[in-house]
Design a protein around this ligand. Structure first.
Ligand code: FAD
Length: 240
């Protein structure tokens, strides 16, 4: 059993991610792999660590699916959530569509609840990457950052004001919400197997990924690393 203290909530940009629950650890991977020999360990030793490396290197992935994590994401922009939803295999999601939902672990829908939205406001507007068509340069702000912020805020205010006006006209919530800027902050519960979580980290903590989801991937890694450090290291190493 890993003795490191668990890090439970991490701020990600202007939202946060919490490791709300989990099942299993490095030992669960080992015991799942050894079940065919009728063996069960209670303490991890060097042989087990070797076995974990072997399993990852040879893509014997099923033992890594017996460890499961549940995260709550709060105040994370819908842009990031949309990218996260692309990770399907070994994952399940419950979306909140606004900030408070994840704390109750219930699905709340913008079809029947009026939005009380918050929006992700970047402090820094980054320049386009010079040779990667979809990326930006981390820390490299446009010269007119304040002007960019004004344009951004004005677009958000217009979108939200249009939403309220449509509701006042009697338009149903499910249509009125369509004018909402995609930067609105969402909340969701994401449950993923160890294999799926590491697959996400590998793809999203990568220089080609958007900085905001990269920050999320780094936070997720920090949260789960104390639970199964050997499996995570072996899986990341095997997929280089
Ligand atoms: C930097 C970056 C840029 C991206 N840009 C875009 C973009 O512009 N547009 C866009 O739409 N998406 C984009 N994506 C999302 C990307 O295409 C994937 O949908 C996302 O990364 C999830 O990865 P995945 O499919 O491996 O995950 P999962 O859906 O969780 O699948 C996990 C694994 O299961 C296997 N698998 C899944 N489905 C099947 C299947 N049907 N048949 C066989 N095997 C399967 C594959 O091995 C897959 O890797 C981008 C992703 C990244 C990291």
């Amino acid at each position: 059993m890993n003795q490191n203290k668990l890090c439970e909530t991490i701020d990600v940009d202007d939202g946060k991610v919490t490791l709300a629950d989990y099942m299993g650890n490095d030992l669960s991977v080992v015991n799942a792999a050894r079940v065919s020999f009728g063996k069960r360990k209670t303490e991890l030793d060097e042989k087990d660590i070797k076995l974990i490396k072997y399993l990852a290197a040879h893509k014997h992935m099923s033992p890594f699916r017996h460890v499961v994590f549940s995260f709550t994401l709060e105040g994370v922009s819908e842009v990031v959530c949309r990218q996260l939803y692309k990770h399907q295999v070994g994952c399940s999601y419950t979306s909140g569509e606004f900030k408070e939902a994840a704390t109750t672990w219930n699905e709340v829908s913008g079809r029947y609840v009026e939005f009380e939205p918050e929006f992700h406001i970047p402090e820094l507007f980054r320049k386009q990457h010079t040779n990667n068509k979809q990326a930006s340069n981390e820390g490299d702000a446009v010269e007119k950052n304040t002007e960019a912020q004004k344009i951004y805020m004005s677009a958000i205010e217009n979108g939200y004001s249009a939403y309220k006006q449509l509701l006042e006209l009697g338009v149903c919530k499910e249509q009125a919400r369509m004018v909402m800027p995609i930067s609105f902050k969402n909340s969701l519960v994401w449950t993923a197997s160890l294999e799926a979580a590491v697959h996400f980290i590998k793809l999203r903590d990568h220089e080609g990924a958007q900085l905001e989801i990269r920050n999320l991937a780094r936070a997720i890694k920090k949260l789960i690393d104390p639970i199964c450090p050997h499996s995570i290291a072996a899986l990341l190493d095997s997929t280089k």
